[in-house]
Structures are given as C-alpha cells and as structure tokens.
Write a protein that binds this ligand. Structure first.
Ligand code: SAM
Ligand code: ZN
Length: 195
C-alpha cells in the first residue's frame, strides 16, 4: 500500500509578510482592464474608460478594508474634521452589513478616484461584503467614469459640482435630494431678491 509523504509545512509568515500578501491580493482584485486613472476635467484625478463597457457590466471592484461600526464611526468623524479643515469630502466608507463597513480610502483602490456626476454613467452595487461599479449605460473609450455620491442636502454649499452635465444641479447632492435642493435654491433666490 502506497503511503503519502507528509508535506513539509510552509514557514509561518510574519505579520508583515501576511499584510503584504493581503494587499497584493486586494490590489489584484481592485484592478480592471476597462479603466485607468487620468487627470480629470471634473476634479483632480479621475477614472476613464479604456475598453468599451456594456450597460449593466460590473467593470471594477471598489476594494478596501473591512471595519466594524465602531471603527467606522471613528473614521467618519476624523474625515469630517478633515473636511472642516480642508473642505475635502468624506466619500470612502460604504455601509455593508449591520456589523461591517468598507473603507476604500487606500492607495490600492483606484475606484476611490471616481468622481461624482449629476448624470452618472455607473453606480455602486453591493454583492455580499463586496462593492462593484456597474455601468448604467454603454460607456465609450475616453469617457470619464462617474457615479452619484448620494450626498444629502446638508452643507450642500460646501460641495459645488463641476460634473459638466447639462443636467448638473450645481452641487454634489444625490439624485434623491435634487427636488429638495431645487426648493432650497429657489427659496434662497427669492430671499436675495427681496428688498
Ligand atoms: C473620492 S474623491 C474623487 C477623486 C478626486 N478627483 C481626487 O483627485 O482625489 C472625492 C473628491 O473629488 C472632488 N469631486 C468629485 N466629484 C466632483 C464633482 N462632480 N465636482 C467637483 N468636485 C468633485 C471633491 O473634492 C470630492 O471631495
Ligand atoms: Zn453636477
């Protein structure tokens, strides 16, 4: 009867090596053949289509670190303070489950550079504990990838929108809040006109 050789156990990885391995894996998951990062006409860096994307296609994963709600709350406050100081908006944390959130603010997540548009060509879709960007329509080569950040109307003036769409509402505010924003803007205009 043929006996089986016992495989020599691999050397135990150090915590640093484990982390390096994890990041390598995540970097691979966050890569996409459909897009690349370029200077954006909307703001700073953005993500552009380099291979035609079909409507409904998942074309890039939004990767990041899983964090529990307590840590998420702590980071959201830190990002809020950063916003108060520099005006940078906090748009990296996705709500995943009752217990977990996903913080995409890591250099190995190119999808974090996707800018907002009032007429976006993609949307973030959750699949279990993963987030993917899915095309809302066919996207052509050289088009900038955008999605709706979904910001509420609170502090809307802090986030002027430069998406360039003919449907631009002027501020980075989610579609669900557009009607409310229109009412606020009309009221403001009326007040400015009043003697
Ligand atoms: C997650 S970053 C997107 C990547 C960013 N362009 C960069 O270079 O870091 C979000 C920030 O980009 C800017 N941004 C995104 N969409 C924008 C838009 N439609 N109009 C103006 N600024 C935008 C805002 O400053 C926002 O806080
Ligand atoms: Zn806009």
């Amino acid at each position: 009867m043929g006996g089986k050789m016992k495989k020599k156990k691999d050397r135990k990885l150090t915590p640093e090596e484990k982390e390096e391995k994890r990041i390598k894996k995540m970097r691979k998951r966050g890569k996409s053949d459909f897009v690349e990062v370029r200077g954006s006409e909307i703001h700073g860096r953005g993500v552009y289509c380099i291979e035609p994307i079909e409507k409904e296609q998942y074309f890039i994963e939004y990767v990041g670190n899983l964090i529990d709600k307590e840590e998420s709350e702590r980071r959201a406050w830190a990002q809020f303070e950063e916003h108060e100081k520099t005006g940078a908006a906090a748009v990296y944390i996705f709500n995943l489950t009752k217990k977990w959130d996903l913080d995409g603010n890591v250099e190995w997540n190119p999808a974090r550079l996707i800018n907002h548009s009032c007429e976006p060509n993609s949307e973030a879709i959750q699949d279990g504990k993963r987030i993917y960007l899915q095309a809302l329509r066919d996207i052509e080569v050289d088009e900038e990838i955008t999605f709706d950040y979904g910001f509420d109307v609170e502090c809307y003036e802090d986030h002027p929108c430069r998406c360039g769409s003919s449907k631009c509402i002027g501020y980075i505010v989610g579609r669900d809040y557009h009607d409310e924003l229109k009412r606020l803007l009309a009221a403001k205009k009326k007040q400015e006109k009043a003697p």
